[in-house]
Write a protein that binds this ligand. Sequence first.
Ligand code: F6P
Length: 547
Amino acid sequence: MVERAETLRETSAWRRLEWHRADVRHSRLRGLFDGDPGRGERLAAEAAGLYLDYSKHLLTDETLELLRKLAAERGLPSRIAAMFRGDRVNVSEDRPALHIALRMPRSRSLVVDGVDVVRQVHEEQDRINALAEAVRSGSWVGATGRPIRTVVNLGIGGSHLGPALACEALRPYATAGVRYRFVSSVDPAALAEAIRDLDPAETLFVVVSKTMTTLETLTNARAAEGWLRDALGGEVQLQRHFLGVTAHPDAAAALGIPPDNVFRIWDWVGGRTSLCSAAGLTTCIALGPDGFRELLDGFRAMDEHFVTTPLGGNLPAIAGLIAVWYRNFLGAQSTAVVPHSHALRLLPPYLQQLAMESNGKRVTASGEPVEVDTAPVTWGGEGTDAQHAFFQLLHQGTVLCPVDLVALARPATGDSEGHDLLAANVFAQAAALAFGRTAEELDALGVDEREIPHRVLPGDRPTSVILARLLRPATLGALIAFYEHSVFTQAAIWEIDAFDQWGVELGKELALRLTPELGEGWKRELLHDSSTNALVRRYRQLRDAGD
Ligand code: F6P
């Protein structure tokens, strides 16, 4: 008889964690710190320029030990090795997930299905670098012979969020004289707003779409082409104004982008992990080849740390296991990320796609229902603005929501006085969330007793602080890779396929069917559910009614 494999909840570590949860539920962070003066130094780890303080979490050394056992029982080290070896870890799409190959050095080789993917990557990177140099130096000119002053990235999801984050975060390292704009939404207002003040003769569009079938991106590319034609005339060489990035060069050719202007990605690059590929073309133009290389170096430093470091000191593994602890044992339904850095304000939306598209799954890699809850909702916003918006709920609300506070020790630009204030806020928020303020303390401060219940902060609100010296390209690379591998760690525990996203397909299919039905010429009967039919009719009425 074939023995049934042990399920997640049957593993001995899982069962022990369930027992152990009761002990931790009753402990308080004040008590954990008072009883262990070294906790703040000890529960911290450092790698690739990032310092992770995880001491203000609702856990003990025993919790961490049991989480590491769980990781071992779920085969985390061998799953990491499989991803880095090029195994087909994207099971439902039957392909490897080789974003890690995008940042391997030229001297490495990784042969998958008989092809050295590292060689392929570097050949393409050389083309990207040459193009970036040409645009930056002004030797790439538009149809009328003028150099490019604005690069507009047209893409959505992974073809937008990474480049937008990187260009915004690393603005001090970007070329002077060239502006960068990003259009993702199919709302015509988005493109109109982005090009309103641009000169078509000096504008270069980078159309990024792995599939080249994404309607939002294709619609914006056609609209951009129309804008160029109107301004520059139908006969001029529009190819001086369009570059394409895709895994399907034929589809780019169908859009009218010539082969020399098309940069390759491969089906083994996931959209949400594609920043290091040609999908980062706009970023490479902004930073230049050296800056882009430094970004890749940062990713690689974290990759190497993730592969080689035992779980006890492994930053992404620690973060991923702590996330599992909150989600599955303490019932947290959401997790927030708050970069106290204006430059990193696009980190939360970037991480939303990374975490929720990867781990928002209900079946395991083998298609069985997952026995436990998977990805929490990821949300967040820029600190300190967030403190004046949603932090009230974090301090005194009734939800448990672990928060990542991201901080930098030095400002990239601007004065250091304002920067110290920013950092002070990070440390203050982490302490206030963890330790709160008791009724006795308020009483001792002379607070009116009627106010005391309203002013008590219960504490025990968990945070990680991720601290780096300065936001350089390498810092951003390490930070993103840290989150990629944390997400991978969680997926490994849940045994889900973190690299597919079938959930988004149905909506796309229905939108495709509905679009012509909204058109004025549609006369046939609507065959949707009664709500959708009513919405379509009402929409047409509202649209077509006179002013
Ligand atoms: O939202 C679904 C998705 O497939 C994402 O995974 C991807 O990043 C995005 O659409 C854009 O896809 P593409 O790069 O193929 O246009």
